[in-house]
Design a binder for this molecule. Structure first.
Ligand code: BMA
Length: 383
């Protein structure tokens, strides 16, 4: 029933071998060391990123030039009608394959489970399992408001208080220490750190969160981002992260840099988009993906559709006629590295079909399209 995309797979493999071979002789000496704490590159935020993290970045660039990886939030943690069942995944049960990208969230880090009830030790296990199958993991953080203690949606001012010298700085650093410890503990049984696409302080051009544009100035936001990177990378020696910025919606290319910590602090240009609900929005999203792909390319970076979805799949054929069309809008939008659908919490809050749901056949069509890459189609992304 499920068509494998062998032709695409072979092309991707040959292409990566060719380009990686070219890289191995480059002046940057990308493959010169196996040791994780030696300098590996000059172009990532972390010049000491592990070799696997650097390989992930290089492979993402190559593999997704004319294809998109499909991702799903909390995919193996729970789905509609089940929670924490070994091997289960709504995506797999519908199309026969796991997603290529798995989204996770560190909101409520320091507790046993995250804000959506995902146990953090289980999360590490699912991340390890995904990695061992060749999958890719991305992590966002809906952290509580550090001043009021209310959740991430409490948009009362907090950022000035957690910057160096602020009244809540030390407390916030202990939260970031929990983040660092979590990242460092995501290892294989051989002790190899698993690369993570890290997406903190997302949708910062919106107003819903305490890091959003009504709660802090651009300058404060940028300082918060820089402080976070420097603490994780330089103080805590976390070297398995690629850093993604992800505003929500975009009016033009200048919009992207209104709140932006600088090229030295960002590896990947993301975009979150939930307005894909009428034909005009297909063009709107296609154009936005075009913009972020060319901005990213001009700075040697990668672009991605970091969150997307049509809650409850209210639109017929949304996956093929809306999402795929927007991704394939033009040659630039086709460079989008991955798209990640949000979580399947229950039958009134879900974004991918589950067995018996009305969009199953449309999702299988999306899966069968040679443009989409699920886990079985991935070449080795870590070499
Ligand atoms: C939102 C919803 C919430 C959830 C939050 C963080 O979009 O799914 O139910 O708590 O994301 O995952």
């Amino acid at each position: 029933m499920y068509k494998r995309k062998n032709r695409l797979f072979i092309v991707l493999i040959s292409c990566s071998i060719f380009i990686l071979n070219a890289c191995s002789t480059s002046e940057k000496g990308i493959t010169e060391t196996e040791k994780p704490f030696e300098k590996t590159n000059d172009f990532l935020v972390d010049h000491y990123a592990t070799n696997e993290t650097l390989a992930l970045y290089n492979n993402l660039k190559i593999v997704t030039q004319n294809a998109v990886l499909f991702g799903h939030q909390d995919d193996t943690a729970y789905g509609v009608g089940w929670n924490t069942v070994l091997g289960r995944s709504d995506v797999k049960e519908v199309c026969g394959d796991y997603p290529a990208v798995y989204g996770w969230d560190l909101g409520d880090i320091g507790n046993k489970s995250n804000l959506d009830g995902v146990n953090f030790e289980n999360m590490k296990r699912w991340i390890r399992e995904a990695y061992s199958r060749g999958g890719i993991n991305t992590i966002s953080m809906h952290l509580d408001n550090p001043v009021t203690g209310n959740n991430a949606w409490d948009n009362s001012p907090a950022v000035a208080a957690i910057l160096p010298g602020g009244s809540h700085h030390n407390n916030y650093i202990s939260t970031l220490k929990n983040v660092a410890d979590f990242m460092k503990d995501i290892k294989t049984s051989n002790g190899e750190n698993i690369p993570i696409l890290f997406r903190p302080y997302h949708e910062h051009n919106q107003t819903w969160s305490w890091w959003g544009k009504s709660a802090c100035t651009s300058d404060e936001y940028n300082q918060l981002w820089q402080m976070t990177v420097e603490y994780l990378r330089d103080t805590m020696d976390v070297h398995n992260l690629l850093y993604i910025i992800s505003p929500q919606d975009l009016s033009d290319q200048f919009d992207y840099f209104e709140r932006y910590p600088g090229d030295d602090y960002v590896d990947i240009f993301g975009l979150d988009y939930y307005q894909l609900t009428n034909p005009a929005s297909i063009t709107k999203l296609g154009k936005s993906l075009d913009i972020i792909a060319s901005l990213a390319e001009s700075r040697g970076k990668i672009s991605a559709l970091t969150e997307v979805g049509n809650e409850k799949l209210t639109i017929d054929n949304w996956y093929t006629d809306y999402l795929l069309k927007a991704l394939m809008y033009n040659e630039n939008s086709k460079k989008t590295a991955w798209c990640l659908a949000w979580r399947n919490s229950n039958s009134s809050h879900y974004f991918v079909p589950y067995p018996g749901e009305k969009s199953v056949m449309n999702f299988v069509q999306f899966y069968n399209d040679p443009f989409t890459i699920f886990e079985n189609d991935l070449p080795d992304m870590y070499k």
